[in-house]
Design a protein around this ligand. Structure first.
Ligand SMILES: Nc1ncnc2c1ncn2[C@@H]1O[C@H](COP(=O)(O)OP(=O)(O)OP(=O)(O)O)[C@@H](O)[C@H]1O
Ligand SMILES: [Mg+2]
Length: 416
């Protein structure tokens, strides 16, 4: 079966470019100019996944489209393309909108628009886990992010120095900057965490700081979104603590709940972890949807990954695991590594030499600082794979929905 059809009702030049992009990605993109066009399509039997509407220049017409999409017996999510200014005006009306609708701000690349569509389709087949209502109150409406529900991906290997932080930071940047998704990056390495400094963020408020103040002043503990810092690249960065001492306030269950609660408003939450099996880490494993295990091609790192596989089995989280082979161009066979560890490799990251150090000196990820480097492409492929596997997992859990293909255009990195 083919992928769902996407209705596109945008100004002419934009319409052409967007339809080309969606068609290349394997969607059936249906251009619509008048409400009659849309009615004809809707009365046909084709299943429509999302409708892309212009929320700005001809707003009245878009409202007509919108009401057709949400007629009595249908509920087709809309992606409204607007300018940042128009978005501010629309924000007040957001609570009246359907929870599956979203906004997308101009200017944009057709590639990032297409990724937003992929993410909306994932969410439309994702079953609610019952962790709370999706809509935020209009008071804390935050730009275009009011109806999202993030996938939580933690990055862990019990061995130090294998590339957990490097992977967390650059994967988060690839999802945010290259795929146009909305990402929170959590530094949960309570001992040697250095995400804030690597991203050039000085004096961030940590969760320990914020919750300590809250308790002293008799308030409810703030949410991670309230505590987090915004990076210039769009990432939302949340650091648990700046010091390994006095972290008792980070009660594992409470931290796990706070990470889960932050799912509203993001597409992905990426969690960088300390290399230990602490109670906090065990809770994070349990709350994560996926656990990525970076592994370098050397015996100690592979042994550590095998240990993680066995521990994960005992903790009941083995299904969430996937390897990320780091420094993959060192001559060791990836198939051998997969066999040794007994886990599939989701993606390969080649060695980036000193690029990581140079990028950190500028307070940026390699993905942003060196967009044309091969290692950046590797992180982009990892990001795409993650969006793709989330999609397949959601699809399995929603048997009534049609199956569709994803990543028919994704490129594989050169295998060692
Ligand atoms: N693919 C790569 N190419 C070049 N350098 C890399 C690569 N991956 C990681 N590094 C470098 O290796 C060092 C260790 O990486 P990183 O800090 O990400 O590991 P970690 O698993 O988070 O370590 P820890 O367990 O101490 O938190 C860093 O200096 C990083 O820049
Ligand atoms: Mg680290």
């Amino acid at each position: 079966m083919g992928r769902q059809a996407i209705v596109v009702a945008l100004p002419r030049d934009e319409q052409v470019a967007v339809i080309r992009e969606l068609t290349e990605a394997g969607f059936e993109a249906l251009p619509v100019t008048t409400p009659q066009d849309l009615e004809t399509i809707l009365n046909g039997r084709r299943e429509i996944g999302v409708a892309i509407l212009d929320g700005e220049s001809d707003f009245d017409r878009s409202l007509e489209f919108y009401s057709l999409l949400h007629d009595s017996d249908r509920d087709i999510p809309a992606l409204m393309v607007v300018s940042p200014r128009a978005l501010d005006r629309l924000a007040g009306a957001a609570t009246k909108a359907n929870i599956d609708d979203e906004f997308f701000t101009r200017p944009y690349s057709t590639d990032s628009l297409r990724w937003r569509i992929e993410a909306m389709l994932i969410r439309s087949v994702t079953i609610d886990d019952g962790s709370g209502p999706i809509l935020q109150s209009s008071g804390d409406f935050e730009s275009e992010s009011w109806s999202k529900r993030a996938t939580i991906v933690s990055i862990f290997n019990p061995k130090g120095g294998v590339g957990k932080t490097t992977t967390a930071l650059n994967l988060a940047a690839a999802l945010q900057v290259r795929l146009g998704l909305k990402v929170m990056l959590v530094d949960a390495d309570t001992v040697t965490g250095h995400i804030a400094t690597s991203l050039g963020l000085e004096s961030v408020t940590t969760v320990v700081d914020a919750w300590t103040d809250d308790v002293e002043e008799g308030r409810a503990e703030r949410s991670l979104i309230d505590i987090a810092t915004q990076h210039a690249n769009g990432l939302t960065v949340c650091v648990l603590t700046a010091s390994p001492l006095n972290t008792e306030i980070l009660v594992p269950e409470q931290v796990g709940d706070a990470i889960r609660a932050a799912r509203r408003g993001f597409d992905f939450i990426i969690v960088d972890m300390h290399p230990s099996y602490s109670p906090l880490n065990q809770t994070i494993f349990e709350r994560s949807d996926r656990i990525l295990v970076p592994v370098t091609p050397d015996v100690p790192a592979l042994r550590a990954a095998v240990q993680m596989r066995d521990v994960a089995q005992e903790l009941g989280v083995r299904d969430k695991l996937a390897l990320v082979v780091n420094r993959a161009n060192s001559g060791v066979s990836v198939a051998d590594m997969e066999r040794t560890v007994g886990m599939p490799a989701l993606a390969l990251i080649r060695s980036g030499g000193l690029l990581f150090v140079r990028a950190a000196n500028e307070g940026r990820s390699v993905v942003e600082q060196y967009p044309k480097e091969k290692v950046t492409e590797d992180f982009e492929i990892l990001a795409q794979k993650l969006v793709g596997t989330e999609f397949q997992a959601a699809e399995k859990g929603a048997a009534a929905k049609p199956a569709f293909r994803i990543f028919n255009r994704s490129k594989e990195p050169a295998r060692a």
